[in-house]
Design a protein around this ligand. Structure first.
Ligand SMILES: *[C@@H]1O[C@H](CO)[C@@H](O)[C@H](O)[C@H]1NC(C)=O
Ligand SMILES: *[C@@H]1O[C@H](CO)[C@@H](O)[C@H](O)[C@H]1NC(C)=O
Ligand SMILES: *[C@@H]1O[C@H](CO)[C@@H](O)[C@H](O)[C@H]1NC(C)=O
Length: 294
């Protein structure tokens, strides 16, 4: 039921995305239109220490009408009242490489914390966590048996088995851990504390689906999967209805470290008519990396 996650995530994203069909909806989808080039991460490495910030750092946007506090504990994304969904994302896109997020998830039944890479063509590479382990019993589980959900969307579609649960983290709402995604045109791997928990290969992509490989933004957020107004299946997936008596529920992000495989000043989609086999050119053309169909 990984799709439940994204459905709720979207309800509140504000600045450049709208909610549609349960998927992150870009302001311009290059598969359907000619879109402006997108700002790329021009360095190979980008590191931000949120414990040293006192307000939103350059290169990050905070969803409108939401607050993210920056304290010595890091970026604090809090579910404090019904409807809260603090989210922040990079203003730049990256194309392949790796990110590491050092974070502590929000506790609380039905409270979802997430780290999501997503693109204008609706590719997504997701991490999602539930404050009560998606309702699994016993709670709390033993060390090493906490659930991490990983998921992939490709051009807005999710294949059977794209969402999967791994059991490898330790007291994620009490301890900081490093969650990483490494991705390129041939494979995607998810890591917890530098230990691989899942890996998928492009060559194993089920027919009729694409492998995610478009420029992505990184988005971090918390939302109420267990909001009683959500549909039954979303609440079930999230682990049950949120108990506001325990609020506020806060996710803390200490740092983000990004390695961009194809640094550029911007990414531009060269050919909008490529439904199933987009590959990115391995050679950047000057400061632009062009995306094309092969
Ligand atoms: C994908 O697989 C290739 C070949 O095994 C390897 O060189 C590359 O580092 C892998 N990339 C990721 C992101 O795991
Ligand atoms: C960021 O990640 C890169 C690549 O994994 C690594 O070499 C570098 O030391 C990391 N930087 C920090 C500050 O952790
Ligand atoms: C590189 O970009 C220039 C200017 O946009 C264009 O004329 C040229 O065809 C491009 N070359 C390749 C190999 O894409």
């Amino acid at each position: 039921m990984g799709s439940g996650g994204i459905i709720g995530l979207l309800a509140t994203l504000g600045l450049t995305v709208q909610f549609a069909h349960g998927q992150l909806e870009p302001d311009c989808n290059p598969l359907n239109a000619d879109c402006e080039p997108k700002k790329a991460l021009s360095q190979e490495n980008y590191f931000i220490d949120f414990t040293k910030q006192s307000s939103a750092p350059p290169d990050w946007t905070i969803a409108n009408y939401e607050d993210v506090n920056f304290t010595p504990e890091g970026a604090e994304l809090t579910y404090g009242k019904k409807g809260d969904a603090p989210n922040m994302w990079t203003d730049f896109y990256m194309l392949g490489g790796r990110y590491d997020v050092e974070m502590k998830i929000a506790p609380g039944q039905g409270v979802i914390s997430s780290a999501v890479l997503w693109s204008d063509v609706q590719d997504e590479i997701d991490y999602e966590f539930s404050g009560n382990q998606f309702g699994e019993k016993p709670f709390p589980p033993k060390d090493g048996m906490w659930s991490v959900e990983t998921n992939v969307f490709a051009r807005g579609k999710m294949w059977d088995g794209a969402a999967a649960y791994q059991k490898d983290s330790f007291k994620p709402a009490e301890q900081f851990h490093k969650y990483s995604v490494e991705w390129d045109e041939s494979n995607i791997s998810w890591y917890v504390d530098d230990k691989v928990v899942r890996s998928i290969q492009a060559k194993d992509t089920p027919s009729g689906f694409a492998f995610p490989q478009s420029p992505m933004k990184l988005q971090l957020g918390v939302w109420g999967g267990g909001d009683p107004d959500n549909n039954h299946w979303t609440i079930e997936w999230a682990g049950g209805e949120i108990d506001m008596k325990g609020a506020p529920y806060t996710m803390y992000v200490k740092s983000v470290n990004i390695t961009n495989k194809y640094p550029a000043s911007e990414y531009r989609y060269k050919d909008k008519v490529c439904i199933s086999s987009m590959r990115y050119d391995s050679v950047a053309n000057g400061s632009q990396t062009r995306l094309s169909c092969h």
